[in-house]
Design a protein around this ligand. Structure first.
Ligand SMILES: [Zn+2]
Length: 163
């Protein structure tokens, strides 16, 4: 697999083949570390986009699509997703998320649990077409100390909730 440069939310760049595998193996650390882990799945703050509570659920195995899940992974995934969503609602007061999975951008299964905040709708509108501009805006303008602290606080709150 060819390697690519990837820049984390603090601006540090690393050369990585598969980001999800690198996180699972501990070769790179997701911002704030692992939030929730089961036998088959793991959740962490998005590596590149500094939006508080923007959580990625990744499979521990390197697979691409839900149709490759074993029966056990299917059951585990649904429980995992519901548990994470509940934690985001209770610990972070996030009332709306978008769930997004793009099978063509990575060959390692991961799903975006993308939180919606009021500033997003005001500035970029709603629905799927607003997500990429919000992410680009966050990547360009939200790597500030105060926002990175908000990202870290959200991660810590979730970790505490799932303890
Ligand atoms: Zn992988």
């Amino acid at each position: 697999m060819s390697k690519r440069n990837i820049t984390d939310i603090k601006g540090q760049t690393k050369k990585i083949a598969c980001l999800s595998c690198a996180i699972q193996k501990g070769e790179v650390e997701s911002p704030g570390g692992s939030i929730l882990s089961s036998k088959y799945f793991e959740a962490h703050q998005d590596y590149e986009i500094p939006i508080p509570g923007f959580i990625i659920i990744a499979s521990k195995r390197h697979l691409q699509s839900v149709d490759e899940f074993t029966e056990e992974e299917q059951r585990d995934f649904m429980k995992f997703l519901c548990r994470l969503r509940r934690g985001m609602r209770k610990a972070l007061k996030i009332s709306v998320v978008y769930l997004i999975q793009e099978e063509d951008t990575s060959h390692h299964f991961h799903i975006w649990v993308f939180p919606r905040y009021n500033w997003m709708a005001k500035k970029f509108g709603c629905k799927i077409q607003s997500v990429r501009p919000i992410m680009e805006y966050a990547r360009e303008h939200l790597k500030t100390a105060s926002n990175l602290k908000k990202v870290d606080t959200a991660t810590q709150k979730l970790k505490q909730f799932f303890k």
